[in-house]
Design a protein around this ligand. Structure first.
Ligand SMILES: [Zn+2]
Length: 297
């Protein structure tokens, strides 16, 4: 009797193992893959207070970081990235050399494995910018020039593409208008990352601006989003990255009005913490209230 029951258990375990091995050979089955998000694109709009920092898990298991907020968020950003199971930033982008965007890049370059780096070809004499250049040099990394026409990712296997569509022309007086703008497409879904580009830079873009998910320009400032721009993008989801009770009054009420008129779903890091948008290539899933880097301090 006892022996028979052991045999039954053995038979059950064996059949379960055989079933798992046969299923694991199926393409895309969730067992035995490297990451829970493999095959999906997960875009994390990190709550770093007033500023921008966007971490993207790509469907080919690579990663991108666009901006890093002020210079005291580096450790928090690295902890967040590690919590997703990644230990490398394959593509690092500093949209423009203002401290609320590149502030922590030097720390991240010094303390994390970095692949390619993209910066616009404008310089400034701020300490955070000089620190970043020094950190890149010490690590023997050379920043590529981020300008319209540069292709960052062209992965036809995953139907994944990331192109820099601006700056078309550099504005050395107003660095916001030299912001790197990236359009990313994954199968039938698309994302637009605008940095702090203001009206004149947004109007100068010659490429197709249409995107399902828009990172609203310049923290929702009235100097950025226009009705015409929103018409061209036609977003379903808009994410505003700004700090709670910030001194600039971001987002501006007019921007919120325009987004409402454009009939898109609006999310804000100042109210909802870190926001993530996951794409499986067709549909989106939005999560809010994820680990906040600003509020952890
Ligand atoms: Zn900014």
């Amino acid at each position: 009797m006892r022996r028979r029951s052991i045999n039954r258990v053995t038979a059950f375990v064996l059949s379960a193992v055989i079933l798992l091995f046969s299923l694991s050979s199926c393409d895309g089955f969730p067992f035995f893959t490297g990451s829970l998000t493999e095959g999906k694109l997960v875009c994390h709009y990190l709550d770093i207070g007033q500023g921008d920092s966007i971490f993207i898990e790509l469907p080919n298991n690579k990663t991108m970081l666009i901006d890093s907020g002020e210079n005291y968020h580096g450790a928090g950003i690295i902890t967040y990235i590690k919590s997703t199971g990644h230990d490398k930033i394959d593509y690092l982008v500093g949209t423009h050399p203002h401290s609320d965007h590149i502030g922590s890049l030097a720390y991240i370059v010094r303390n994390f494995e970095i692949g390619e780096v993209y910066l616009p070809k404008v310089s400034t004499n701020s300490k955070v910018y000089e620190d970043l250049l020094k950190a890149l040099k010490n690590k023997k990394l050379t920043a590529k020039s981020g300008k319209a026409g540069v292709n960052i990712i062209d992965d036809s296997d995953k139907n994944l593409q990331a192109d820099i569509i601006a700056p078309v022309k550099l504005d050395k007086e107003n660095l916001n208008n030299s912001s790197i703008i990236i359009k990313m497409t994954f199968e039938k879904t698309s994302f637009l990352f605008t940095g702090d580009a203001e009206k004149s830079e947004l109007a100068s873009v010659k490429s197709d601006l249409s995107a399902d998910v828009l990172k609203v320009g310049h923290h929702g400032s009235s100097t950025s989003t226009t009705k015409d721009f929103l018409k061209k993008v036609n977003p379903k989801i808009a994410v505003i990255s700004c700090g709670a009770g910030n001194d600039y009054g971001h987002p501006h009420k007019n921007t919120l009005k325009l987004l409402k008129q454009a009939d898109c779903e609006v999310h804000r890091t100042d109210r909802e913490g870190t926001v993530s948008v996951t794409s499986d290539g067709r549909d989106y899933e939005v999560k809010t209230g994820l680990s906040s880097i600003a509020r952890a301090k």
